[in-house]
Design a protein around this ligand. Structure first.
Ligand code: SF4
Ligand code: SF4
Length: 275
């Protein structure tokens, strides 16, 4: 079972919710925000293992290639260019779809690994944190998110911290989740992006509920949106300076009422999931 924690807008408190919820429920955590992973800050030092993650890119055998240009024509991403004397591969543009390899009439293309980042696992007691870290300058993150998801231990409940926004990174991160907790904030931008994220989850047919972070004056619009769309408000995290300070230092919330709040959120999400 996997509960994803997502949002439309960045900076609403996804990692705050993911890390504190996983700690309160004593379950595993996965950080799928591979462009900027930071959940490890909450996890402490533990035994860590790291594995490189590759995606396949074409390599041209120039002895076999007759410069017909078919591969450059078929590539939808402009990753192959026919020059007068050879085919040039822009590895950073390649999406690894494999079309050029399959369609080359001379069988002059093989696929080789292009390292895009690393998969990292660390432990804290009985709990595991898994996350990906994209290499600096690497533009395509989806294969790394897929590799991190594939590496998750089977049969274990996991909370997934997802990338912000509603682009393909967020879609890939939430895909396959049993439930999504959307973290929002009572601002016009938060409300606007909550609607976008809810639309994505409706299209993916993933059940979801909302946590209002920085709750206080002005959250009425979020409540209206949730009421209109029949989305449950699972929890509210108050707009308090000490919460912001602990979060900024990578520390779990320590007040008893805050810990209770995340246990109540855990129960609410499980009730929504009917488990
Ligand atoms: S399709 Fe094959 S033979 Fe044709 S240009 Fe590309 S690599 Fe060369
Ligand atoms: S694998 Fe797909 S994306 Fe990559 S170069 Fe070949 S056709 Fe283009």
């Amino acid at each position: 079972m996997r509960i994803a924690v997502a949002s439309g807008k960045g900076g609403t408190g996804k990692t705050l919710v993911s890390a504190n919820l996983a700690a309160a429920a004593m379950v595993d955590l996965v950080d799928l925000d591979v462009e900027e992973p930071n959940a490890y800050l909450y996890f402490g030092e533990g035994e860590t293992s790291t594995l490189p993650v590759n995606r396949p890119v074409p390599s041209i055998d120039e002895d076999k290639c007759n410069l017909c240009g078919e591969c450059a024509r078929v590539c939808a991403f402009g990753a192959l260019v026919r020059l007068p004397s050879r085919i040039h591969v822009y590895e950073e543009l390649c999406h690894g779809c494999g079309a050029c390899t399959r369609l080359c009439p001379q069988e002059a293309i093989i696929e080789v690994g292009h390292e895009i980042g690393e998969l990292i696992r660390t432990r804290a007691g009985s709990r595991q944190l898994t996350y990906g870290r994209l290499r600096v300058g690497e533009p395509i993150a989806v294969p790394l998110i897929q590799a991190v998801k594939e590496a998750l231990p089977m049969q274990r409940m996991t909370i997934a911290d997802c990338p912000p926004g509603t682009s393909c990174l967020m879609v890939e991160a939430v895909r396959g989740s049993d439930y999504v907790i959307m973290v929002t904030e009572p601002t016009p931008f938060g409300a606007h992006d909550l609607i976008l994220a809810a639309d994505v989850l409706d299209r993916l047919s993933i059940p979801h509920g909302v946590v209002i972070n920085k709750d206080g004056p002005g959250s009425g619009n979020i409540e209206e949106i949730c009421a209109d769309r029949d989305i449950a408000i699972l929890s509210r995290i108050p707009f308090r300076r000490d919460i912001a300070e602990r979060h900024a230092r990578g520390k779990l919330l320590d007040r008893p009422e805050d810990r209770r709040r995340f246990l109540v959120l855990w129960d609410a999400a499980r009730r929504e999931m009917k488990i």
